[in-house]
Design a protein around this ligand. Structure first.
Ligand code: ZN
Ligand code: ZN
Ligand code: FE
Length: 763
């Protein structure tokens, strides 16, 4: 009996064909297996029972890193085979095969790397078909060594034997390498070149002694130092011009992390997964983490995910050093992470060591960041290494090829092909010229890699967005989607919702078609139309963008424009803000000069952060909101009430009563944690009450909530609670970030569904 079996999904570069070869051997199946443009195709010949066992084994026993989306079986004409063979890859006409994401080192490779008798002892580039670099080294597809940066390393006889033996774990492991034939590490000490273990020992000593090192990793350079040395961390902060923003950490000994941080079973699994993201974990020991994530109750940690990092930690442990290391992206503030040796040696010249290696990085890719929600679901904050370029399947059949430009902050773009969205890695803030170069370069790289020629380009409605300007220059039909609508659509795309949806979009800023800055929006999406049903009441932002760093401005504006008694207002700001500055602000608000109106919930968080923490400035985006969330200990008995009023044909959430109540509390010296909790609960209740009011007109509908504000765990949890009390079903982002990193997915989906705004002034 003969069968043709087609397997689709992530089945290339993950040891799939040798797995099929072994499975065929176990079941006495003859025939062959090959990679084709539409997946892995198997010709199998054998007894009926053996075939059935073979076919069910494909899904049941698949290699750990393979993702099977479908297994299709057809009868095929009888033919006799003598053996089971792995055939050479078909030259792919269309680049449709999925490209695997980079994989964290596997257990087998760790054991070999640590084993003194192994030929790969302490070799930093050990890998196999179950692990190692993928996306970061691919120049074009099909995924074959000659199309990766490994093409310049000729396999030695030992490595070649592994590479050609289907029974070997390294059969067709494209980045296969060893100390004899593969890339190595090196560093310079006062102009002298140190290679291999000597280079590693030098860097390890520096780290153990509290020095700073730049280390070339998988997708770019990292900047590293002892996470628990306040002096080292301070030096790194100075270099990066990053006074308070939390640093990501790396740990070599996951067993020890439990003493420092709360880790659930699910979190442990996520940490040790092949994606190995930076996971946000709650602190047990606040003091130790004070320098790396000041003012926050969480720290972001990843497990050493390459043999290079493993060896570094092993050598550190041998010196008695067991702390986590700071492992922050090797870039200058807001610029792309550096990936090339020469540039790194120049930019990080002031560091105590720069550890380079000679495996080039073709596709730069940052570490991914995520947290688990209370039900254990994964929520991505930054989608990059370990995820990119895996696709997100859209719940919409389409042959169309499109490009979605994304947003300007936390940019990530997306390409559409056959109803699948291929999201780029995190690109960054397009205000920065080097990021714009990275953006343009990555768009053309990804188009080539995936063989996509977009006929439609979807961008943000904002006329001054760089992402829009850059993509407007590309040929094709141009479509624009309002920022906050795209946020909501990103959740709909993930959950498969198509119509009759209520949406809530809370973030920092986005372009509103009425000329105001939106950021606290409620929508109803029905029959291809989106209506704005409610929003946070507008308030002036004196100084515009300056308000994001000078957070006292938002508070001052809310209080002053809201008509709060001058005496109270002054007693709060006295001593903190100069009289002249306050007077200027009052004049700006009165006259409306350089004071755009906003409905931004991000700025509302800033105002309350200033009020509650008496911090008048923020040094990084969303600092106020993150620190405010960290203050909350438990759900309070009462809360600050937001009034919901009807004005100008829509509902508006007025913050005035809440902000006044909090001002009185603050002046009376109320506990910070309690005030923060009252604010979070008050806002949660306001969201649920607003939706209840909207539902009276629309009828029951599921709710999709998105925007950077919904990265706040407390708010998300309490809003969910308030919504379920009122019979709503609530959905949040999970596979793509709720922040602007998810915008591109929403843009694509909005275009596919043909969503048109119900407000005037749009094309
Ligand atoms: Zn491995
Ligand atoms: Zn070799
Ligand atoms: Fe946004």
């Amino acid at each position: 009996m003969n069968k043709k079996i087609t397997v689709k999904g992530v089945v290339q570069g993950v040891g799939f064909r040798p797995f099929i070869w072994r499975l065929a051997g176990e079941n006495g199946i003859k025939g062959h297996v090959k990679n084709t443009s539409s997946g892995v195709v198997i010709e199998a010949s054998g007894e009926k029972n053996a075939l059935a066992k073979f076919i069910s084994g494909i899904s049941l026993k698949k290699p750990p890193r393979a993702e099977i989306s479908s297994v299709k079986t057809e009868n095929s004409p009888p033919k006799t085979y003598k053996t089971f063979e792995i055939l050479k890859s078909e030259s792919l006409k269309q680049n449709k095969a999925a490209i695997p994401a980079d994989l964290a080192v596997c257990g087998d490779c760790v054991s070999e790397t640590m084993s003194q008798s192994d030929r790969r002892h302490f070799y930093p580039f050990t890998n196999c078909t179950n692990c190692g670099p993928r996306f970061s080294i691919i120049e074009r597809i099909p995924y074959d060594r000659s199309y990766t940066v490994m093409k310049s390393f000729k396999l030695c006889p030992d490595c070649l034997r592994e590479y050609e033996n289907p029974a070997d774990r390294r059969f067709h492991a494209q980045p296969n390498a060893c100390p004899v034939c593969g890339p190595g590490v090196w560093t310079r000490v006062k102009g002298r070149l140190l290679r291999g273990e000597k280079a590693l020992d030098h860097v390890v000593r520096i780290l153990a002694e509290g020095g700073l090192a730049a280390i070339k990793g998988l997708g770019g350079f990292h900047l590293a130092c002892d996470a628990f040395s306040p002096k080292a961390v301070e030096r790194l902060r100075k270099f990066k011009d990053r006074p308070r923003k939390p640093f990501a950490l790396m740990s070599g000994e996951p067993e020890n992390l439990g003493k420092l941080l709360f880790i659930s079973r699910r979190e442990k699994k996520c940490l040790n997964s092949f994606r190995a993201p930076v996971l946000m974990l709650r602190k047990k020991d606040f003091k130790k983490f004070a320098a790396v994530s000041p003012g926050l109750d969480t720290a972001g940690v990843m497990i050493a995910y390459t043999p290079l990092h493993r060896v570094i930690f092993k050598k550190l442990a041998a010196l008695g050093f067991r702390n986590p290391l700071v492992m922050t992206s090797g870039n200058l503030r807001d610029e792309p992470v550096i990936k090339d040796n020469e540039k790194a040696e120049e930019v990080f010249a002031s560091f105590d060591a720069v550890l380079c290696h000679d495996r080039p990085i073709h596709n730069r890719v940052d570490d991914s960041v995520c947290f688990l929600d209370t039900s254990g679901g994964e929520r991505l904050i930054r989608r990059a290494r370990g995820y990119v370029p895996e696709s997100v399947r859209l719940p919409f059949e389409s042959r169309e090829q499109a490009l979605a430009a994304g947003a300007d902050m936390k940019n990530c773009f997306a390409l559409l092909r056959d109803g699948e969205a291929f999201l780029s890695q995190h690109i960054g803030d397009l205000e920065e010229k080097l990021n714009r170069d990275f953006y343009g370069e990555t768009i053309s790289n990804m188009k080539k890699l995936l063989g996509i020629k977009p006929s439609v380009i979807v961008a943000d409605l904002h006329p001054d967005y760089h992402s829009r300007r850059i993509t407007d220059a590309l040929p094709g039909k141009h479509v624009y989607v309002q920022h906050h609508v795209a946020h909501v659509l990103s959740v709909m795309a993930e959950t498969g919702l198509k119509d009759g949806v209520l949406g809530v979009s809370f973030d920092g800023t986005g372009y509103g078609p009425d000329g105001k800055i939106w950021g606290g929006e409620f929508f109803y999406i029905k029959a291809g139309k989106v209506e704005r049903k409610a929003h946070l009441s507008y308030f002036p932002l004196p100084g515009g963008d300056l308000c994001a760093s000078e957070i006292w401005r938002s508070l001052f504006s809310l209080l002053y424009a809201g008509g709060v008694e001058n005496k109270k207002l002054l007693s709060f700001f006295r001593g903190a803000v100069k009289v002249s500055e306050r007077n200027t602000l009052m004049r700006m608000i009165d006259s409306g000069v350089n004071s755009p109106l906003t409905s931004s919930v991000g700025r509302l968080f800033d105002a309350f952060a200033c009020l509650i923490k008496r911090d008048f400035y923020a040094t990084y985006e969303a600092q106020g909101a993150m620190e405010l969330e960290s203050l909350v200990r438990e759900k309070p008995e009462d809360f600050y009430r937001f009034n919901i009023v009807e004005a100008d044909g829509s509902l508006q959430i007025s913050p005035l009563e809440a902000v006044s109540a909090c001002l009185s509390d603050s002046l009376a010296g109320e506990d910070e944690g309690l005030m923060a909790a009252r604010f979070h609960l008050g806002l949660s209740v306001a969201v649920a009450e607003t939706l209840s009011k909207i539902r009276k007109g629309t009828g029951p509908a599921p709710v999709c909530l998105s925007g950077g504000v919904f990265q706040n765990r407390v708010l998300t949890e309490w809003v969910s609670g308030e919504l379920s009390k009122r019979g709503f079903k609530a959905f949040f982002n999970s596979k793509v970030p709720a922040n602007d990193g998810g915008i591109a997915l929403g843009q694509l989906y909005s275009h596919l569904l043909g969503i048109k705004p119900a407000w005037p002034g749009n094309d």
